[in-house]
Design a protein around this ligand. Structure first.
Ligand SMILES: *Cc1c(COP(=O)(O)O)cnc(C)c1O
Length: 402
């Protein structure tokens, strides 16, 4: 049920300290409806405090320095507040609260720090001249629940996840940069084991937290097409593992290969399958797409790759446009033969952070494949940017107002 929200206005003193990140765009007017979620918000307000969408807020008294200059980069700045909610196996979820960034602590003897019991999500809030909006938060919430299940963690209900994200984005709305140039508030929900216990078993205590970071384009400097190293020594995931889970360990194990690729002069790694070391899996931390002639191909979701929401959005758009699309294994061998036969090749990566990243070249010890031109990738980028910014109608119900 949708109910009228009764948030008190933000205190003036707080507002005055804000540095304008909007680059002249109109101030966001957030919609005032609540999802009526009560699961994490049983007691609502803290002593005499404010609540946003039923989540108690303790405002910071020492606002963080605002980014200066034009470049935000990716993930360099955190906003003033974080959302936290604790879960205990015996008592369930405690009410979520929004507190100053830096006021929470993690347990050193926890499954999170000792055994990698940690999952996360990454989604974005965009500022239009009318509102702040989220892109497919329900899909992110569902994937978060799938990740939690795989690592024996408590599930955060979908409505609760969305409500938590909306509440925090409302509190730190002024941090959201203008959408031009890829500006957005990057939202990082995290769930980690926080029980002080060194034994190996599912944890009894967890923390759900949400962080926000103002970002512009993921890639530093001018956007360019990526050069990827096709990695044949290390692999990212094998069938039956956690390759389809958004968990920290997948990133930890990828760093050495990425470092070596950079030392060789490449931007990132192209991950290959763990058996043949020939089939494409992912482009760094993005899903990978190739076009051979007129047909767009992307690897299937069979447990070793992340079920990207940008990937799914691209597939939906391509099918609507009548572009032939195949979700099936595609190998370097097949790409090499297609290139030799003179067919057009186009490669790109997809993910929330960079949205669409053209891949100019994939190389390995004794070979390489180059994109012959970019047609579909820019069209996808334009379509998705258009939906994010509100320039184009959201015909899929992908946008949720903050
Ligand atoms: C998050 C992620 C993606 C992209 O998923 P989106 O939902 O599109 O952001 C792709 N690969 C990996 C390994 C990821 O962690």
């Amino acid at each position: 049920m949708l109910v009228r929200d009764v948030d008190p206005p933000r205190s003036r003193r707080y507002t005055e300290r804000m540095v304008d990140l909007s680059h002249g765009a109109g101030k966001a007017e957030v919609s005032r409806v609540s999802l009526g979620d009560t699961l994490l918000t049983a007691d609502g307000r803290s002593q005499g405090g404010e609540s946003v969408l039923g989540v108690a807020v303790t405002h910071t008294t020492t606002p963080r320095p605002r980014p200066t200059g034009t470049k935000l980069g990716f993930g360099r700045y955190l906003t003033d507040h974080v959302l936290v909610a604790e879960h205990d196996a015996a008592t369930g979820w405690q009410p979520a609260r929004i507190v100053p960034t830096g006021s929470t602590r993690a347990e050193i003897a926890s499954g999170a720090l000792q055994y990698g019991l940690s999952i996360f999500e990454g989604l974005k809030a965009f500022k239009t001249d009318r509102e702040l909006r989220l892109f497919r938060p329900d899909a992110h919430a569902k994937r978060f629940a799938v990740s939690a299940k795989r690592l024996c963690m408590p599930e955060v209900p979908v409505e609760t996840f969305i409500n938590a994200v909306r509440a925090l984005v409302r509190v730190d709305a002024d941090w959201c940069p203008a959408q031009t140039g890829g500006g957005a508030l990057y939202i990082r929900p995290t769930l980690y084991a926080d029980e002080s216990f060194l034994g190996v078993r599912p944890a009894q205590q967890h923390v759900f937290s949400v962080l926000l970071s103002p970002v512009d384009s993921y890639w530093d400097g001018e956007e360019h097409s990526l050069k990827l190293w096709a990695e044949r020594e290390f692999t990212r995931a094998a069938l039956g593992g956690v390759g389809s889970v958004k968990t920290g360990g997948n990133y930890a194990s990828s760093l050495l290969a990425a470092k070596r690729a950079k030392e060789r002069g490449f931007d990132q790694v192209l991950w290959l399958d763990a058996v043949k070391r020939d089939f494409l899996e992912e482009a760094g931390t993005m899903n990978v797409f190739v076009r051979i002639g007129d047909t767009v191909i992307t690897p299937p979701l069979e447990g070793t790759i992340l079920a990207g929401i940008t990937r799914d959005s691209c597939l939906t758009l391509l099918r609507e446009w009548g572009v032939p699309v195949e979700e099936r294994p595609v190998s370097l061998t097949e790409l090499g033969e297609a290139a030799k036969a003179g067919k057009a090749i186009e490669m790109w990566g997809t993910g929330t952070a960079a949205v669409i990243s053209p891949i100019g070249e994939v190389a390995w010890e004794n070979g390489s494949i180059k994109s012959t031109g970019f047609e579909v990738a820019p069209r996808l980028r334009k379509a998705i940017d258009g939906i994010h910014s509100g320039r184009d109608a959201d015909t899929h119900g992908w946008i949720v107002s903050v």
